[in-house]
Ligand binder design. Structure first.
Ligand code: BGC
Length: 773
């Protein structure tokens, strides 16, 4: 098993004298601009210029220099040579996980000023949901059902990262995930290919801006190609076995959408896909990606995934692994060093041809060119600090967090909290955690920047409401995570059973003495993300007991969840009056939750993944094929229902909405055209709020079974109290096509379709239409 790296320790500002020296080099070094001189402006030049420039450069490169470009190095892994030496000798094309602008600049100068061909490095980092300012985790972003909000959040993240000198993020992760046991479900957009595609495109636009190299932006890397979300049993890194039908219709579409949106790079996945490791899989990386989708960007492996081709029982040794990866279509190897050590031998023996090698290097150089790195590879470290966690960033993070929360239950309109409540018992160790609220993959975030729920509630409520806080229970970490070094979740402090009992009872006493209780429960930051799959979806530790005891006091209880996967809420869904899924909301989470609980903000998010009643129901995605219908209503399980606890697309609001008068512009439409679908949406409450209009279709017959329902359109709308609007969605019939396991091709099959519009996948307003050839 590999060891996950964490960012190299941040260099302190005592580096200032060095910076002066380094920036002096930019102007002084006599040979610094050799490669740059001949480069036309990367922003304005054509692809022809780029190709000419890159081909000329390629012609000057030795085999070792070419392989150097294909190697991506993490500084705190074992290196053959010091990083500077590697950069100087042209043995490295990219570094990852350096988050200090001065260090980035320094290494860039070594590469550009001191290497033979002066080729700039590209610096990569996992900017997954924010850089220094942390935004809600990607699953939460998808819950906004609002691509514009997602795009803005990722453009803000790009702004901070690029101000630090990072040019490349390893995001978005667009793996469809239908198994909440899988820890990485938090990094994607959930279960649905249509929603996932729209969120993928939005993220690419947000990271990259108008085009590669746009100032203040960074290159996206769509990952992990392909099928990682389907790992067996939700066990991280396990094999995925996916039918062709599911691969083309469910798992591929978000990748294709991200590529069509211009994603500059793509990462191969760790696992075996149908028996062939994704990193050595020519069908994926060449036939689909290059031949079929015409992808023009850079392909990077996942962390050590080239070397681990030997672990799979696929490659016989490192040389074989390197050759298989390159021949399959990997351009750059992340962290393992099989290319550095063995690729030359594979080339000498003809196992990898010169043409294949050159194609990979050309791709890397072209990418650097498109990013403008040959023109200006540097960052100004003196300007970095002032661009991090600015008020603008905080405002955007707070708005994103209020936009992504999902209200799961609100009996008797307990929320927003009435001003009549003069005392609040705030319970749960997560309520005062500055690290957990950021969620996993917030590696450059500083917990000290975070606003906790306790702080947020105090700020918002304490002028006229008393807030009493206690932990109640600690979530004890039974296992260590690869991220533990970096994450500073509060370590359990309660030691003995007696102390634990006393704390538990103290919390329940506080609930008794208060007008209302807010319990902030969920999972530690490190229980989601990579290497964080779970066997159980229960609230970890004694949180469920705490919740049940709080409800048993008879006081009104609000449950606020900080987590990033569906959890077992079966009891809570019947007994806890209000449940707000806040996800891991990020740096401004505490303020955002206070906005939501007070009613300053109104929840409007919707679930991007169905919420099972029990772990035994997994997978329980809504878009499934209906087969034999049992005679009794729900006989698919002997010991419980087969429906989810909360359906895909579900989410409440403090407002109420009606959707009426569903109408289609025409009863039939030709394949390739659009059909206008309209519905009148009214806010029937006295509070402004958001609703998501969701459109689902079902094809009645085809060359293969068609899912009971598939999302084919949506729009989040804001309506003032009482306001009514007609919302028209243009249903694109291209989106009704599918890859048929009978014909082995994608087509729109003419026929009769059902259509529903409503609040979630159980929508009942129905119409039908025909697709004509
Ligand atoms: C993950 C990738 C990530 C990479 C670099 C890998 O373990 O699977 O998603 O981008 O590490 O951190």
């Amino acid at each position: 098993m590999r060891t996950k790296i964490v960012p190299v320790p941040k260099l302190s500002f005592t580096l200032a004298p060095f910076l002066v020296l380094a920036s002096g080099l930019l102007f002084a070094a006599p040979n610094a601009a050799v490669a740059r001189q001949s480069a036309p402006s990367a922003h304005v030049s054509s692809d022809q210029d780029a190709t000419a420039f890159v081909n000329a450069l390629l012609g000057k490169m030795t085999l070792e220099e070419k392989i150097g470009q294909m190697s991506q190095v993490a500084l705190n892994t074992k290196l053959d040579e010091p990083a500077d030496e590697m950069a100087r000798k042209g043995q490295v094309g990219s570094f990852l996980f350096i988050t200090d602008a001065a260090e980035i600049n320094r290494l860039q100068h070594v590469a550009v000023d001191q290497s033979r061909l002066h080729i700039p490095l590209i610096f990569g980092f996992d900017v997954i949901h924010g850089f220094r300012t942390i935004y809600p985790v990607p699953l939460a972003m998808a819950a906004s059902w609002d691509p514009a909000v997602v795009e803005h959040a990722q453009s803000m993240a790009a702004k901070e990262a690029s101000a630090t000198g990072i040019q490349w993020t390893f995001a978005p992760m667009v793996d469809i995930a239908r198994d909440p046991r899988w820890g990485r479900i938090m990094e994607g957009a959930g279960e649905d290919p249509f929603l996932g595609s729209r969120i993928a495109e939005a993220q690419v636009r947000g990271f990259q801006g108008e085009s590669l190299g746009a100032p203040g932006h960074i290159m996206a890397c769509v990952k992990h190609f392909a099928g990682y979300g389907a790992v067996s049993g939700g066990r991280d890194y396990e094999e995925s076995n996916i039918s062709d039908e599911q691969l083309w219709n469910v798992y591929f579409p978000p990748f294709q959408a991200a590529i069509n949106a211009g994603a500059g790079s793509l990462m191969s996945a760790y696992m075996d896909l149908n028996g062939v490791p994704a990193t050595g899989n020519r069908f994926l990386l060449h036939d689909v990606l290059r031949d079929d989708w015409k992808f023009q960007g850079l392909v990077v492996s996942d962390w050590n995934s080239v070397e681990s081709l030997t672990t799979h029982g696929f490659a016989s040794d490192e040389e074989d692994a390197a050759a298989r990866a390159v021949n399959a279509g990997v351009d750059m190897e992340m962290t393992s060093s099989t290319f550095q050590h063995k690729l030359a031998a594979a080339v000498h023996q003809g196992v990898v041809t010169q043409a294949t090698l050159d194609a990979a290097v050309r791709q890397i150089l072209l990418t650097k060119y498109r990013l403008g790195l040959f023109r200006n590879p540097y960052v100004d470290p003196a300007k970095t600090a002032s661009q991090l966690v600015t008020q603008e960033q905080r405002d955007a993070a707070r708005q994103t967090a209020t936009h992504t929360a999902v209200l799961l239950r609100n009996e008797g309109n307990l929320l927003p909290l009435s001003k009549q409540y003069k005392s609040i018992a705030l319970i749960g160790s997560l309520a005062e955690s500055k690290a957990d609220i950021m969620g996993s993959w917030s590696l450059a975030g500083h917990p000290s920047d975070s606003v906790t729920v306790l702080e947020g509630l105090k700020k918002r409520f304490s002028s006229d409401t008393q807030i009493a806080y206690t932990k109640g229970v600690e979530i004890e970490r039974e296992q260590t995570s690869i991220f533990d070094e970096q994450f500073t979740s509060p370590k359990p402090t309660l030691k003995t059973d007696a102390e634990r009992d006393a704390e538990f009872h103290h919390a329940i006493d506080l609930v008794r003495q208060s007008d209302v209780a807010v319990l902030v429960l969920g999972e530690l930051q490190s229980m989601s993300g990579e290497q964080a799959s779970r066997l159980s979806l229960d609230l970890p530790g004694k949180q469920e007991e705490l919740l049940e005891a709080a409800v048993a006091t008879g006081k009104p209880v609000v449950l606020v969840l900080l987590n990033a996967r569906p959890l077992n809420l079966t009891w809570a869904s019947q007994h806890v009056a209000a449940i707000l899924e806040a996800w891991y909301p990020g740096t401004e989470g505490g303020d955002a939750i206070a906005d939501l609980l007070s009613g300053d903000a109104n929840p409007g998010g919707k679930l991007p993944v169905a919420w099972p009643r029990s772990v035994g129901q997994i997978p329980i995605n809504y878009a499934r094929n209906l087969t034999q219908v049992p005679e009794t209503a729900d006989a698919r399980y002997w010991d419980g229902p087969s429906t989810p606890l909360y359906p895909f697309g579900y989410g409440l609001s403090y407002s109420s909405f009606s959707m009426t008068n569903l109408r289609l512009a025409s009863p039939s439409v030709h394949a390739g055209s659009k059909l206008e679908v309209s519905v009148d949406v009214q806010n029937t409450s006295s509070r402004d709020g958001d609703e998501v209009v969701q459109l689902y279709t079902h094809q009645r017959a085809g060359s293969a079974s068609r899912p009971v329902r598939e999302l084919k359109g949506f729009r989040r709308v804001s309506l003032k109290a009482g306001e009514k609007q007609t919302i028209t969605l243009a249903l694109n019939t291209n989106g009704l096509g599918f890859w048929s396991p009978q014909t082995h091709r994608w087509s729109i099959e003419p026929g009769q379709f059902d259509l529903w519009v409503g609040h979630d996948e159980t929508a009942s307003d129905h119409a039908s239409f025909a697709v004509l050839p």
